[in-house]
Design a protein around this ligand. Structure first.
Ligand code: APR
Length: 243
């Protein structure tokens, strides 16, 4: 275990796929069914807020029916195992679901926001939100109507926690990308940042991502298989090797 004590993991929708949460760009993915410009941009929300609320309400309602899988749990065990040895796992996710937390992870940086939170565009209040949102929903802090939105980062908006992510990559021994196609920046650029800093990078994905050529190591297969195997090997002191 001497080799890798500080690990940065970036996850994408592929890690939640086997829990029953749709990915975005796969054949039956979310963006095959919806136009992202209509439901995931500030312009789309301004044009048709009811449609955008409906889209996120459906996804929020589905969350209690999906459960974390072996890959989420393996990352939580890795977080605990590294911490017990004086190391650290920084878990950065593009996912807006809460499956990392329910899988036992203590500290998750949700760079694209969280489905179970809502924010008021007038007063800036951010709070846990489990109910449906609609155009008339009243802010629980400022009490004004008509300005609530999902706490989700849309295309054209700045992702959250970028400073923490950059700091973590800078001091990492290993950067690992799991279940993401590498299509959306800035997350897709983390591997290049890591490599530029001399931090080795590993990809765990169903198939080679768009950035596959940038990784030093890779394991391809379903997340529930490759992630637990990799995490257990790492905790057992078996560092990744070229595959
Ligand atoms: N195990 C591992 N990987 C999987 C699995 C699985 N069971 N199923 C699918 N994958 C992989 C796919 O091969 C693909 O490379 O997960 C990746 C999913 O890619 P995308 O659908 O592009 O999702 P993601 O990378 O998370 O998208 C990034 O795009 O629209 C935005 O904000 C949204 O956060 C999202 C961002």
């Amino acid at each position: 275990m001497a080799d890798y004590r500080n690990i940065v993991v970036l996850t994408g929708s592929g890690i939640s796929a086997e829990s029953g949460v749709a990915t975005f760009r796969d054949k039956d993915g979310v963006w095959a069914q919806y136009d992202y410009r209509e439901v995931a941009t500030p312009e789309g929300f301004a044009a048709n807020p009811a449609l955008v609320h409906e889209f996120y309400n459906a996804r929020r309602r589905a969350l209690p029916g999906v459960q974390p899988n072996a890959a989420h749990r393996a990352l939580a065990e890795l977080e605990a195992g590294l911490s017990a040895r004086g190391g650290r796992l920084t878990l950065i996710t593009q996912n807006v679901d809460d499956l990392h937390e329910r899988g036992g992870a203590k500290d998750v940086l949700h760079m694209h926001g969280e489905l179970l939170k809502a924010t008021c565009t007038l007063c800036g209040d951010i709070r846990e939100w489990r109910e449906d949102l609609c155009v008339e929903t009243r802010c629980r802090l400022c009490r004004r109507e008509g300005a609530m939105r999902p706490y989700v980062v849309w295309f054209g908006e700045t992702p959250r926690h970028l400073g923490d992510a950059a700091d973590a990559i800078m001091s990492a021994d290993l950067f690992v990308s799991i279940g993401t196609s590498g299509s959306v920046y800035p997350a897709a650029g983390f591997v290049a940042e890591a490599r530029a800093l001399g931090v080795p990078a590993m990809e765990l994905n169903l198939e080679p991502s768009e950035n596959a050529g940038l990784f030093d190591f890779s394991r391809y297969g379903a997340a529930t298989e490759v992630v637990p195997t990799w995490a257990a090997a790492l905790l057992a002191g078996d560092p990744p090797t070229v595959s």
